[in-house]
Design a protein around this ligand. Structure first.
Ligand code: NAD
Length: 496
């Protein structure tokens, strides 16, 4: 049975058991609900909650029109601005708790709604963001004191932030953005991807529940029931929105940057991974396959193509096969091209039905019945190969052979295509690593680890699902969503 059918079946069983209220359950009724994911009874309770929510779209931050949503977020921001820091932190702690409790349901919903990725990895992403997204501790104050008094530079909120979110990490981006934006004293209006509206809006609903339970206002995050390009553009143009945070492909980031507002642009990547002859080849192969197959290659930071120096290319391929890679023959690669790409006005574009699918599903689409251990499809090609140049977001890795590390760096930089997003390398030579880092000039450079170490998953550092590659903020966190304010006291309060 398909996963989506399974979820639909669970959902209809729950519907039968329930007599759903005709109006939204009030907040008092919903207080204290615990959605642990382990037992069957608890799982059923979670499904009931999802149903109550989907049957009653008009509550907890979801509005039928974007104008009302913005008005509500603006009113909520006035309340947030006056909340004690301790309350802000309490709300954030409750958002973390609800994210953990609902990690399973959110992941199942995302896979069922978008048809992309896998629920186990999505659950890990929710757990990661709950644990490692910075809160108010990320906001710091600078002080200058001397004969002329005391000056503080404090980081204050922008007010209401407009956020556009992708279908690849839908609820992860909503939850992670809200933690950072709220920690900085903002509220947020989301225009989620239409293909992931249910799961994105369910995350918005949970956020407002968390706020209310922790003594905060509702509408700290709001969204619309029917997001469109028009509702996105209304956010871009709205006078009450001071800052945009846009996570998605090149089109939406460019549109935001043209809006005349300040915009944080987290755009597309096509991350190459380079392997030279000084690397631990066995380990490199395991790391590359782990990173490239995580959530079926949906993350923007995931390895999208491999460049191997010719001395170690065969050994790397040998170990990649040991890690569940299927080496496609030339005619199979042609069939993959015809299947995963479409052509519009002579331009290639992704077949959305293939994005985020597993290697097994993709192989079945081209008539191959692989064994169940296959996790990734690999093939050898030139750097000009269309499946190597395009950001596929599928577990398909083209491998390009380079004469030496210097040619490898040139090829990798060309394939990154100026996105300035992410590159990865396996090498023990610090000069090679340094040169690649300088030449690539990207927001992320992972060395000797899977790409997801960049998100704080098995790597040091905090987590973010909005990596501002285009506009240079890098991995965003609470401080990214602040503006600087200088408070000056003349002649007094310096006691040194
Ligand atoms: P997408 O660009 O199709 O959609 C992203 C969002 O933008 C959606 O909400 C969509 O409705 C909206 N949108 C698109 N064009 C718009 C316009 N002109 N005006 C207003 N809104 C518009 O992207 P996707 O398929 O959801 O996500 C995948 C892409 O996002 C990949 O390119 C990936 O690399 C990138 N991405 C980047 C990051 C990052 O942090 N840098 C994170 C996740 C995804």
């Amino acid at each position: 049975m398909q996963q989506s059918e399974l979820i639909n079946q669970i959902v209809s069983e729950v519907m039968k058991e329930l007599s759903l209220p005709s109006q939204p359950a009030n907040v008092e009724q919903q207080k204290g609900i615990s959605f642990a994911t382990s037992s069957r009874a608890q799982r059923t309770a979670q499904q009931k909650e999802v149903h109550s929510y989907t049957a009653n779209h008009a509550e907890y931050g979801i509005y039928s029109d974007i104008e009302t949503a913005i008005t509500q977020a603006r009113q909520a921001q006035k309340q947030v601005a006056r909340l004690p820091m301790a309350t802000r932190e309490k709300i954030i702690a409750n958002i973390r708790k609800k994210t953990l409790e609902n990690a399973g349901v959110l992941s199942d919903m995302a896979v069922a709604e978008t048809g992309m990725g896998n629920a186990t990895d999505k659950r890990a992403k929710h757990q990661l963001l709950a644990a490692k997204t910075p809160g108010i501790e990320d906001i710091t104050t600078q002080a200058f004191s001397g004969d002329s008094g005391l000056t503080l530079v404090e980081q204050g909120p922008f007010g209401v932030i407009g956020a556009i979110t992708p279908c690849t990490n839908p609820s992860e981006t909503v939850l992670c953005n809200t933690i950072g934006m709220l920690a900085a004293g903002n509220t947020v209006v989301f225009n989620p991807h239409p293909a992931a509206v249910k799961v994105s809006n369910y995350a918005v609903h949970l956020i407002n529940q968390a706020s209310f339970e922790a003594g905060g206002p509702e509408n700290i995050a709001v969204s619309t029931a029917r997001p469109t390009l028009e509702s996105g553009n209304a956010i871009f143009q709205h006078p009450d929105i001071g800052l945009l945070a846009v996570t998605g492909g090149p089109g939406v980031v460019t549109a935001a940057l043209k809006s005349g507002k300040r915009a944080i642009g987290a755009g597309a990547g096509n991350p190459p991974v380079l392997v030279d002859e000084t690397a631990n080849i066995k380990e490199a192969a395991a790391h590359i396959v782990a990173g490239a197959t995580f959530d079926n290659n949906l993350p923007c930071i995931a390895e999208k193509e491999v460049i191997a120096t010719k001395k170690i290319a065969d050994e790397l391929i040998h170990y990649m096969k040991q890690n569940g890679c299927y080496m496609a023959k030339p005619q199979e690669v042609e069939r993959l091209c015809e299947t995963v790409l479409e052509h519009k006005n002579g331009q290639p574009r992704l077949n959305r039905h293939c994005v985020g699918k597993s290697a097994i599903e993709l192989l079945k689409m081209i008539g191959i019945a692989p064994n169940e251990e296959i996790r990734c499809i690999i093939f050898e090609g030139q750097e000009s190969h269309i499946l190597i140049r395009e950001e596929l977001m599928m577990p398909i890795l083209g491998i390009v052979r380079a004469q030496d590390v210097y040619e490898g760096i040139r090829i990798a930089v060309a394939l990154e295509q100026g996105n300035r997003h992410s590159v990865h390398m396996h090498s023990k030579n610090v000069d090679h690593l340094t040169l690649f880092g300088q030449e690539a000039d990207t927001a992320i450079f992972v060395k000797n680890a899977p790409s997801y170490a960049a998100l704080g998953f098995g790597g040091e550092g905090f987590c973010s699902f909005t990596i501002a590659s285009r506009t240079g903020e890098g991995l965003t966190s609470a401080r990214t969503f602040t503006k600087s304010r200088r408070c000056v006291m003349g002649d007094s309060l310096c006691i040194r």
